[in-house]
Structure formats: C-alpha cells, structure tokens
Design a protein around this ligand. Structure first.
Ligand code: UFG
Length: 340
C-alpha cells in the first residue's frame, strides 16, 4: 500500500517515513526541499534499508501532483508539507495562506476525484490558544490562533472536516504539542536553518557554542519557576502515533465519514528552565542563558490530555525528556562531523 508523505524530508515527516517503512508501507515523498535537504533521503535509506520514492516539487504545482497520482496506487496521505515559522507568517500572510492551503486543496482534489480516503493532517495545539484549563483534551474549545501560521492549521482542519463529511472519507487531525529530539541513529533530526525560533534547537546551538546564550522569554509567568510551560514530545514517539492513526483509518470498514482528532503530547508540562536543566544534566554540558522580556504571542502553559490517543490508538509517549534531549545532542554532533 503506497502512502504519499508530503514534506517527508522535513523534521517530523522524515521520522514518520522511517516508522512507515518499518511497518511495511511503501512511501512516496513529495518535498520541495524548501526547509529540508536531500541527504535526509539517503539517511532514511541507511536507517531502514529502503529508499522511498522521492519527487522534488512544490505541491502548488497541481499538474505534477496529478502525475504522481497517475503513476502510483496511492491509498492515503500524511500531509506535513507547510510553512511553519510563526513570526514569518505574520510578515507574509498571503504566502502562508497560499502555500499551506493551496497545497492541501490540490491533494484533496486528487483524493476527491479518485475516491481515495485516509488523510492525516499535521495540526497543532496552537488551535487551542491559551486554554482555560489544563490538561488540554480534544473537547477543549478552539480559539482563533494569534498567528497566521496557526490560522492555516485551523482552516486546514475545517477544510478536511468538510471534505470528510461531503465525500464520506476518513481523516485524522493530529494536534501536536512541542516535538523535540532526533532519531536514535542520529542520522535524521531537526535541521537548523538560520537562527532557531524554537527552544530546543536554540538550546542545542547554545551548548555547541554557535549561539552565545539562550534568551529565556520571560520569568514572570504564573508558573512554578516563572517560565512558560509546554508539553515536549519525542519526535519518534510522535512519528509512531502517525502510523497508528493511519492504521486506524485503514482498518475502518464503514462507508461513513470518519473524523478522528487526537492530541499528541506526553501529558506532562515542563518549564523552559526545566528543559534547560534537563539538557545540561542529560548531556553534561552548560547552556548559558539570560532572562529577557516575554515574547509576543506566547501563551503561559499548554500540556495535553492524551487519554484519547492512548485509548483509541493504543499509543502513548515512551521517551523521557532527558532521553529525548540526549538525542538532540547526538544529532548536533552528527551535524558537526558532517560539516567538518
Ligand atoms: N523560548 C525561549 N527562548 C527561545 C525559544 C523559546 O525562552 O529562544 C520559550 C518560549 O517563550 C516558549 C517555550 O520556550 O515558552 C517554547 O517555545 P517554542 O518556540 O519552542 O514553542 P512554542 O510553544 O512557542 O511553539 C510551538 C510550535 C509552533 C506552534 C506552537 C503552538 O513551534 O509551531 O507551539 O503553541 F504554533
């Protein structure tokens, strides 16, 4: 069974491709390499012993996408391809709406015309905004996200729900909390392009001496140590959830629409300072930091209630924060050796 993985050379995409191959799926990757690199494909092959079929193009090019669907018996899609920089999305809203939504709609056109079901969408806990109560379960009311990036995720969800209902298809909306870490082989991980915005890549580069010190955005939040709290989920655990979500859609034999929604996190919140300390302990390195003003648009606390994924997907995160942070450091060492 061939599964189309868009953005399959990206961070979460590449880890999911490995898990799909390990579970016997044939994988077809479409990735325009805008935020990824070709060597990831060869490293996926090194890990799994199989090189996925790869098409390098932008999903807005509908005619090329049609050719891929003509050439392969595609039975499902996991759609990772999207622009994801929150700050950039505010400066380039039209580009973000165009890229993230047109590519989604192009795939759905193919699905609609060819009668294909089984669509998994990379969504984000950003659709909840600052939730009133913790932990956040799937029934927590959605809030219009502050960023254009977040809005493209919420709009993507709505488009997919309408698609599933109208054409009786099966979809799964996976709301990620904060993915971190790299594969245990250290052959794939999050590629730092430019100055990282996210906490863990910044911590990694600070420990490596690429950045002088980490800026901690605010220590006056109403949390235990004053820094903001998130749910950091190990990327390989997250990737495994995609395979389970896909298998659930495939195994559903009814002709009705199926709309699955899952929060994917660990269920535990960690503060920024806790992450920094855990990184230092796990890797026996120092992470110099300074406390700065809060970052605009940041929420105070977000962590998941993961009962639904545990019950319906038989999945839960297995990897501790420290273990996940050890893989981050191994990945940094790999990048250093590769570039030297
Ligand atoms: N942080 C710092 N210093 C940094 C980077 C981050 O203190 O250099 C803090 C942030 O202020 C925040 C925490 O670390 O409190 C986590 O920040 P990230 O940028 O790593 O993650 P966010 O939770 O802000 O953002 C993530 C995803 C987004 C998504 C959002 C939804 O990266 O794509 O969750 O809440 F939209």
């Amino acid at each position: 069974m061939a599964i189309l993985v868009t953005g399959g050379l990206g961070y979460i995409g590449s880890h999911t491709v490995v898990e799909l191959i390990n579970n016997g799926f044939e994988v077809i990757i479409v990735d325009d390499l805008s935020n990824s690199e070709k060597f990831i494909l060869y490293n996926i092959e090194e890990i799994t012993g199989k090189r996925p079929i790869f098409y390098p193009f932008d999903l807005r090019r509908k005619e090329l996408l049609t050719q891929v669907f003509d050439a392969h018996q595609i039975e499902g899609c996991i759609n990772f391809a999207a622009s994801k920089a929150v700050g950039e999305s505010q400066l380039k809203p039209v580009d973000y709406y165009e890229n993230n939504l047109f590519s989604l709609i192009n795939i759905l056109q193919e699905f609609k015309e060819r009668g294909i079901s089984n669509f998994i969408f990379s969504s984000s806990c950003t659709v909840y905004g600052q939730a009133e109560t913790m932990p956040i379960d799937e029934n927590t009311p959605l809030k219009m996200p502050e960023s254009v990036y977040g809005k493209t995720k919420q709009m993507g969800e709505e488009i997919l729900i309408d698609f599933a209902k109208a054409y009786h298809r099966k979809i799964s909306l996976l709301r990620y909390f904060n993915p971190i870490g790299a594969h245990s082989s250290a052959l794939i991980g999050e590629l730092p392009i430019g100055v990282p915005n996210n906490l863990v890549p910044y911590v990694m580069q600070t420990a490596a001496g690429i950045r002088e010190k980490l800026s901690i955005w605010g220590d006056d939040y109403p949390t235990e140590d004053g820094t903001a709290v998130r749910d950091y989920i190990y990327v390989v655990d997250l990737a495994k959830a995609h395979v389970k979500a896909l298998q659930k859609l495939i195994n559903d034999n009814s002709d009705e629409a199926l709309i699955d929604i899952f929060n994917l996190g660990t269920g535990n919140g960690s503060s920024v300072l806790e992450v920094v300390k855990a990184f230092e302990i796990a890797n026996k390195v120092e992470v110099p930091y300074q406390i700065c003003e809060r970052r605009e648009g940041d929420i105070t606390v977000a962590y998941a209630n993961v009962d639904k994924a545990e019950k319906e997907l038989n999945w839960k995160s297995e990897t501790s924060l420290e273990e996940a942070l050890r893989t981050v450091w191994q990945w940094q060492k790999y990048l250093e050796s590769k570039n030297s």
